[in-house]
Design a protein around this ligand. Sequence first.
Ligand code: ZN
Ligand code: ZN
Ligand code: ZN
Length: 370
Amino acid sequence: MTSSEDLYPVSRLAAVQEATAKAGIDALLLTPGPDLRYVSGYDAKPLERLTCLVVPASGEPYMMVPRLELPAAQASPASRLGLEFVAWDETDDPYRIAADRLGRPATVGLADRMWAMASLRFREVLPDAEQVLAGRVLRELRMRKSPAEVAALRQAGEAIDAVHRQVPGFLRAGRTEREVGRDIAEAILAAGHATVDFVIVASGPNGASPHHEVSDRVIQAGEPVVVDIGGQLHNGYCSDSTRTYCVGEPPADFTAPYEALRRAQEAACAAVRPGVTCESIDAAARDVLTEAGYGEYFIHRTGHGIGVETHEEPYIVAGNTELMEPGFAFSVEPGFYLPGRHGARIEDIVVCGDDGPIRLNDTPRTLVIV
Ligand code: ZN
Ligand code: ZN
Ligand code: ZN
């Protein structure tokens, strides 16, 4: 088990502050969401009342909190940081209070997922401050997972693998996607996740829509079913894995592209090592599918980073020339989608290790006949 002290070390705040100064940003304004959680460990609810960790490039960081949230903030891992909690009352204007403390910053970095209502209020009270994304600073840190973070992602991978192992028991002809999805959602929680982030059960022609969720469609014998599932552990780290199942014998026109897909996914995983570009991993998968004649049916990027958010940097996509480094964690999930017929995807989370890929999922990648 990874402790929250290891996952959200107290030293991170100083590293963030240093990176903020280096980026020429006067202060980061981190409202509830993955950026705040990453920096402080505080899993605050996003609300209309302002909670905001202010990280100035120099000087003491502090956390604005509504007075009624103060006990929750003090009980959170953020209390280890030795921050001042600035509690504001219902009749106060917390944006004004923050602005008075900030003085006249030239540039502020807003949490990437700050609500527009907060960012516009910050613009009002800090009219001279240029607003940029805090991601400019935090991406560099969030992309490079610490050993504790890799351990947490491994734990997430094991939890979602445990769910995939149960899927053959849930899937059968005559059940609807929604019924199967409900069983899967329950299993995701039972496997140790705090939340179910998504459940895709895409049978037959629905498999041709990569982000189909579930529907009342009744699963038929002989149909491939794409099952893409994920959740967030109590420690904040996310799981995401796809397997394609078939209810009975697969259609004759499915086996060849599926075999090409399996080789494509394998090739992309094998291409992972420090120093290669993110786009080269996408190309490794795409080249195999293209050579097999299915390139035009692979209609999305090969993967996305994962951590305290399911989709984060780095993106494994053509045009991304960022170089892989040890600790990068991301999905490798090529697929093929034949409109009106069926689709397939195979997805593992992979960490870039010192000399090659470390896979965090290990359920069978061959077509699982149920
Ligand atoms: Zn996706
Ligand atoms: Zn997925
Ligand atoms: Zn994914």
